[in-house]
Write a protein that binds this ligand. Structure first.
Ligand SMILES: Cc1cc2nc3c(=O)[nH]c(=O)nc-3n(C[C@H](O)[C@H](O)[C@H](O)COP(=O)(O)O)c2cc1C
Length: 167
């Protein structure tokens, strides 16, 4: 498998912590991690396999660093790349905008055909999410506030899926 580049935006460090867990779950595969607040589009173009992570901030809002970065994605040719998304949220406090950050990130991608790593929506309790597309989440969904005990297993399963879907 080609090297993986993970790019995350994190306000209070929860997405950052989860990013490290995802990296570990890949085992011996080569994974580089970037905090988006110091990353550039050139950093992204080094990788054929990409993972983007964001938390959610209000109805439809991505984590701030993604808001600043998102237009720069137009500089990247995604046609020969694979991209997986993961999102953090809080399904009890924000059940009507659960993990909307990841949903908006997906909506604003210049090319969605490269996106892999969809997951089942079963096992979460929410009313509405922009990350729900045709009955599936468009990436991995984690809730460190109310389902922290499920995070490791969810990551393990998702990473096994990505190992089959990445280049
Ligand atoms: C002001 C505020 C607004 C939030 N809005 C949402 C939201 O709309 N949907 C959601 O799922 N989570 C929402 N959250 C929860 C965060 O996404 C969650 O705490 C996340 O784990 C933070 O990750 P970070 O520290 O990496 O930024 C919100 C949290 C705060 C404090």
């Amino acid at each position: 498998m080609e090297t993986i580049g993970i790019f995350y935006g994190s306000t209070y460090g929860m997405t950052e912590k989860v990013t490290e867990k995802i990296k570990k779950a890949f085992g011996r595969a080569k994974v580089d991690v970037y905090n988006l607040n110091t990353a550039s589009p050139e950093d992204m173009t080094k990788y054929k396999n990409l993972i983007f992570g964001t938390s959610a901030w209000g109805i439809g809002e991505m984590q701030d660093d993604w808001e600043y970065f998102i237009d720069k994605l137009a500089e990247i040719d995604f046609s020969e790349r694979k991209l997986a998304l993961f999102g953090l949220g809080d399904q009890k406090e924000y059940p009507e905008s659960f993990v909307d950050g990841m949903g908006t990130l997906y909506c604003r991608l210049p090319d969605k055909s490269c996106v892999i790593g969809q997951t089942a929506i079963d096992g979460y309790d929410f009313y509405f999410s922009l990350a729900n597309k045709d009955g599936k989440f468009i990436g991995l969904v984690l809730d460190e506030h109310h389902q922290k005990n499920l995070t490791d297993e969810r990551i393990k399963k998702w990473v096994a899926q990505l190992k089959n879907e990445f280049i």
